[in-house]
Design a protein around this ligand. Structure first.
Ligand code: ZN
Length: 645
């Protein structure tokens, strides 16, 4: 099967920000995923470079528009490799072949009578580069630009979009996956319940000359959408190239919700007029809010992809964006939330599992993956969970439920961590009679990690490659692996030589994300079922290590939500002195139900600042395989401040 995946071409009036990075990472992840399913994928992105905003920006910079467009387009092109985004094509609307394609299409649509000269008077928003209808205005202003549009009247060319309205409604109804998620399909259908107006597709050169000239009237340039949308065709060589006939029928566009109307209404009707089949699917995502506020230049909270990569590392950024946003809905970005994901999901869950398993294979099996004997029930449970995960992961990835796909992977990671605890390889290693049992356990860990590494490839290519190499797979061979041939259980070859390397995800410090944190800082709010890996001793700690922990009975006197955080509560506890502790339990406990409870406090943790509140210690809770939290408690009432040992 083949697939053609596109991002929008980004308008070169601004530098790349988090929103662009998200759309493009989604497209890259989805492309890599479909390739992992052995499909033939073409992935295209690029830049949109015509229009009056560009002409104006160029004037302000004192350079010709093309030079200005070159400058910004380069920023986009160079933004993607550091994020491990690998498009097959980067198209620009100033490319000669694109200009030629737009003109050919205009001529064709004009010749068949679908473009006519009319007079247009309306309210024009410079920010949107289009005329707005009265209905769209909020208090007389463009809702996107908070400015009043200017009334203008001029001769212009129109595309007979209205002619295709009934066809479009019918097509959307007959193809339920045409626009997803469903809420956006409903939005489009609701818009189409009103008569569709024809689309103004030109600008007089007297007002704007930075654009593609209309082939049938040299006094006009093409309106930016009729120019920009055609990139999806010119990028694959419409009409004559073999690539075009190969890929057009399988086109899937990925966009943010602000450009829903041009993609869901203008574009399919344009294609209909050109005589082409519509694209196959349109995937629409929501916005990233920054610390709960809309990202905007005027607030000064624009997040740049290059800064993110420097601060957190490329795979943490990719993982966070795919895990945190439910595709289609808005999501919230903050440094705290990305650090929390990094430290809990990546460093603690995945990184810990990986380093413990490899350390044990190294120590107990001389660094080679041993052959398994007959599996016992816990082994079968792990193997079944891992292979089931591959199937459910695949289903979720296909429907753009990236967060759910990753949840499936993480539930296997949790299970594997518990499997280590219950099978106790370090105990088996001490009993010669248990050698085959030990080998079976180690094999099951290696094979589970192989499958985890394989499914993580689309989201975290570097990490996945590191895992494969450490598990003894040559990179060249691993690059050819796929879910069809390698997604089943039992493909790890006994005897494979593992390679101990650096930790996959060193924990990050909240104050200085770039610097790996000292071990055991505040971020981990809960105790997992798995003790941290201690170098060389397969997870066992000495009694002296344990004595270093100052565990105490703490009584909660007050609890309140922390502004801007869905996860954190600020607790005032007695232990026996009064202190403030921040706990990541807000999704599971209401503040009022906590007062009076007694919990276990780690009293000698270094203080750490979370969302502006300094936490003096950490309270203990259990997290089950579904992520559900339960606070620690005492069966009988205890005296606050008593030592727990
Ligand atoms: Zn506007």
């Amino acid at each position: 099967m083949s697939l053609y995946i596109t991002t929008p071409i980004y308008y070169v009036n601004a530098r790349p920000h988090l929103g662009h990075a998200y759309t493009t990472i989604v497209a890259d992840t989805y492309s890599r995923f479909r390739r992992l399913c052995k499909e033939d994928v073409r992935f295209q992105t690029g830049t949109d470079e015509h229009g009056d905003k560009i002409a104006e920006a160029a004037r302000a910079a004192g350079i010709p528009p093309k030079e200005y467009a070159d400058r910004i387009s380069k920023l986009f092109r160079e933004a993607w490799p550091p994020l491990n985004i690998e498009p097959d094509t980067f198209i620009r609307t100033t490319d000669t072949h694109h200009i030629r394609t737009v003109q050919n299409i205009l001529q064709k649509v004009h010749d068949q009578g679908d473009i006519y000269l009319g007079s247009y008077s309306g309210l024009y928003c410079r920010g949107c580069e289009r005329f707005l209808t009265e209905k769209e205005l909020v208090d007389g202003n463009c809702p996107d630009h908070q400015a009043a549009p200017q009334p203008i009247s001029e001769s212009n060319y129109f595309f007979r979009m209205s002619r295709y309205q009934e066809w479009l409604i019918d097509h959307i109804n007959k193809n339920p996956d045409f626009i997803t998620p469903e809420r956006y399909k409903n939005e489009v259908l609701s818009f189409l319940s009103e008569p569709l107006e024809d689309l103004c597709i030109s600008r007089p050169k007297s007002r704007l000359d930075w654009g593609i000239s209309l082939p049938f009237d040299a006094d006009f340039v093409t309106y930016v959408w009729f120019d920009a949308l055609i990139n999806y065709l010119s990028g694959i060589g419409y009409p004559d190239d073999e690539e075009f006939s190969h890929y057009w029928g399988v086109a899937e566009h990925i966009i943010a919700k602000d450009i829903l109307k041009p993609h869901a209404i203008y574009w399919p009707t344009m294609l209909r007029a050109i005589g082409l089949a519509p694209f196959k699917r349109l995937h629409v995502h929501g916005y990233w809010n920054i610390n709960e506020a809309k990202m905007s230049k005027s607030i000064g909270n624009v997040v740049r992809p290059e800064t993110l990569c420097q601060d957190f590392g490329v795979d943490t950024v990719r993982y966070f964006l795919m895990r945190e946003m439910s595709f289609g809905l808005d999501a919230s970005f903050s440094d705290e939330s990305i650090i929390a994901r990094r430290n809990s999901d990546l460093a603690n869950d995945l990184g810990n599992l990986f380093s413990r398993a490899l350390t044990m294979i190294n120590k107990f099996a001389k660094g080679t993956v041993p052959a398994p004997a007959d599996p016992e029930p816990p082994d079968r449970e792990l193997a079944a969970a891992a292979t089931d995960m591959v199937a459910s992961y695949t289903d979720h990835m296909k429907t753009f439920a990236f967060n759910r796909a990753l949840q499936e992977v993480w539930s296997v990671i949790s299970l594997a961590n518990r499997y280590i605890v219950t099978s106790e390889p370090w105990v088996l290693a001490k009993a010669p009679a248990k050698t085959t049992r030990l080998q079976t356990v180690l094999y099951h860990l290696a094979e589970t990690l192989r499958l985890i590494g394989l499914v993580l490839l689309p989201v975290m290519p570097e990490t996945s490659m590191k895992m494969a190499t450490a598990l003894g797979m040559p990179p060249e061979a691993f690059k050819k692996h796929n879910l069809i041939d390698h997604g089943g259980w039992g493909l790890t070859q006994p005897g494979a030589k593992i390679e101990l390397g650096a930790s996959l995800f060193p924990r990050l410090d909240k104050e200085n994300p770039q610097k790996p944190a000292a071990p055991q800082t505040q971020e981990k709010q809960t105790v997992s079922a798995v003790p941290p890996a201690a170098a060389g001793d397969a997870g066992l700690i000495s009694f002296d290590d344990f004595k270093n922990l100052d565990l105490r009975v703490a009584e909660i006197k007050a609890a309140e939500k922390i502004d801007r955080s869905d996860r954190l509560l600020k607790l005032t506890v007695l232990a026996p002195e009064e202190r403030t502790v921040v706990a990541g339990i807000a999704e599971y406990y209401q503040p009022q139900e906590l007062v009076g409870r007694q919990v276990i406090l780690v009293a000698n943790l270094k203080p750490a600042k979370l969302m502006g509140v300094t936490s003096h210690g950490m309270i203990l809770a259990a997290r089950d395989e579904n992520g559900r939290l339960t606070l620690s408690a005492f069966a009988d009432s205890a005296t606050p401040g008593s030592k727990v040992s």
